[in-house]
Design a protein around this ligand. Structure first.
Ligand SMILES: CC(C)(COP(=O)(O)OP(=O)(O)OC[C@H]1O[C@@H](n2cnc3c(N)ncnc32)[C@H](O)[C@@H]1OP(=O)(O)O)[C@@H](O)C(=O)NCCC(=O)NCCS
Length: 380
């Protein structure tokens, strides 16, 4: 692990590892100062508007966008992997209905890996895993709602299949487009906490499923991926445009963090939230009006509270608005993030093992200096 040029020397502990360069990658470039994000050099605006999630997964795994033939081949490989073994389905069915979907996903992925995966991580394994994320989640969602899990539709892509498996209805084009763009926008994002987690596990020469299960655990936390349902809770609690000012003022006065605001890397608008804002405007015009008002007011109040602080809306904020319009339960938002990020995690795992060295940083010891040992019977 090396330090960025402007950072303190390698012996100093950096809070939250901010500014520490932990790996080299050719997958995505996050430019937090200028609010730009590229995957292998392609701007995410172009990708989100014109490509499918499968094309972006191909870009991350194989290093280039697919031509039509390559895409057809990848889609066929995805379709061939769309099944849940009986033993994993039994485990999903046995989960209490109170289980959080992220926990259900983590459990299903781990159970599936126990029988299906061994050896060094491969692209085939990455495809097998990514194809199954929507299936595991939809099977759990259907089961907890008291319905039978559905069979995937071979002709639908990953985004459309996910919506179909959740609702039992062939989804509207604009909903598929909205979800697909979200999946494209979230697929990779530099050395975020869950990707770092996946790379650490991969660096020990563990298997791909263990690395992905660990990443799911990291993504679950509200400071990383667990915020969108909390954004929805916040917008519901605010309820009306009139209530926004008193609600936000009181929350800020209590020192609470506003969910969907702030980012470790972006010190300007998160380019993904800019793209999602436009989608939310189309998919949920009603919800958008409140969300936009709350956003503008919150940014103004946060500025007043501490002038010069650079806080902007993050990617979770408009995703919450957009997802609400798809009719999905709030607790499915973070697992949907995981569906997308599985492509990035697995691409990073493959990149890590390609030129591997065990990730093993140091800790700066700040405890007591060496002391004389006292046997149990003599301790005061
Ligand atoms: C994302 C997040 C964890 C980044 O944290 P970080 O890089 O460690 O930022 P810090 O905790 O150092 O915060 C810097 C300052 O901004 C403030 N701040 C950061 N996010 C804030 C928020 N959402 N609401 C209010 N204040 C916030 C902090 O209180 C701190 O203020 P201070 O300088 O007066 O102490 C943080 O912004 C956050 O908790 N956001 C809310 C949760 C969220 O939306 N998560 C999804 C992430 S995509």
């Amino acid at each position: 692990m090396s330090m960025a040029m402007s950072e303190p020397g390698p012996t100093a502990a950096t809070s939250g590892l901010e500014g520490v360069i932990a790996a080299t990658t050719t997958l995505s470039k996050v430019d937090g100062t200028n609010g730009r994000l590229t995957y292998r050099g392609y701007n995410i605006y172009d990708l989100a508007q014109t490509t499918t999630f499968e094309e972006v997964a191909h870009l991350l795994w194989f290093g280039h966008l697919p031509n039509r033939k390559q895409l057809t081949r990848l889609m066929a490989r995805f379709a061939a992997e769309r099944s849940i073994p009986n033993n994993v389905m039994q485990i999903i069915r046995a989960l209490p209905t109170s289980t959080e979907p992220m926990d259900a996903l983590r459990t299903a992925v781990s159970a599936w890996g126990a029988g299906a995966i061994s050896g060094k991580p491969t692209i085939d394994q990455a495809i097998a895993l990514t194809a199954r994320f929507p299936l595991f989640l939809a099977a759990f969602e259907r089961t907890r709602q008291g319905h039978e899990p559905l069979q995937p539709q071979p002709k639908l892509g990953l985004a459309a299949n996910f919506l179909f498996l959740l609702t039992g209805e062939v989804p509207k084009d604009e909903h598929v487009k909205g979800l697909n763009s979200y999946l494209v926008l979230l697929a990779d994002h530099g050395m975020n906490a869950s990707t770092f987690t996946a790379r650490i596990v991969a660096s020990t020469e563990s298997d791909i499923v263990s690395a992905v299960v660990a990443a799911i655990g990291a993504l679950k936390g509200p400071l990383h991926g667990g915020a969108p349902s909390k954004v929805q809770d916040m917008l519901r609690a605010i309820g009306t445009v009139e209530n926004a000012a008193p609600w936000l003022r009181a929350a800020i006065a209590r020192g609470e963090r506003l969910m969907g605001f702030g980012h470790r890397v972006y010190k300007t608008e998160d380019p993904r939230s800019v793209a999602l804002r436009e989608m939310a405007r189309v998919t949920d015009p009603q919800g958008f009006l409140l969300a936009r008002h709350v956003e503008e007011l919150a940014l103004e109040l946060l500025q007043q509270q501490k002038p010069g602080r650079r806080i902007y809306t993050n990617v979770e904020y408009y995703f919450a608005t957009m997802m609400g319009s798809l009719g999905l339960s709030g607790d499915l938002f973070t697992p949907t993030f995981a569906v997308s990020r599985c492509a990035g995690w697995t691409a990073h795992i493959l990149e890590q093992i390609h030129n591997n060295r065990l990730i093993r940083p140091d800790a700066e010891y700040t405890g007591t200096a060496e002391q004389r040992f006292i046997p149990l019977e003599k301790r005061p």
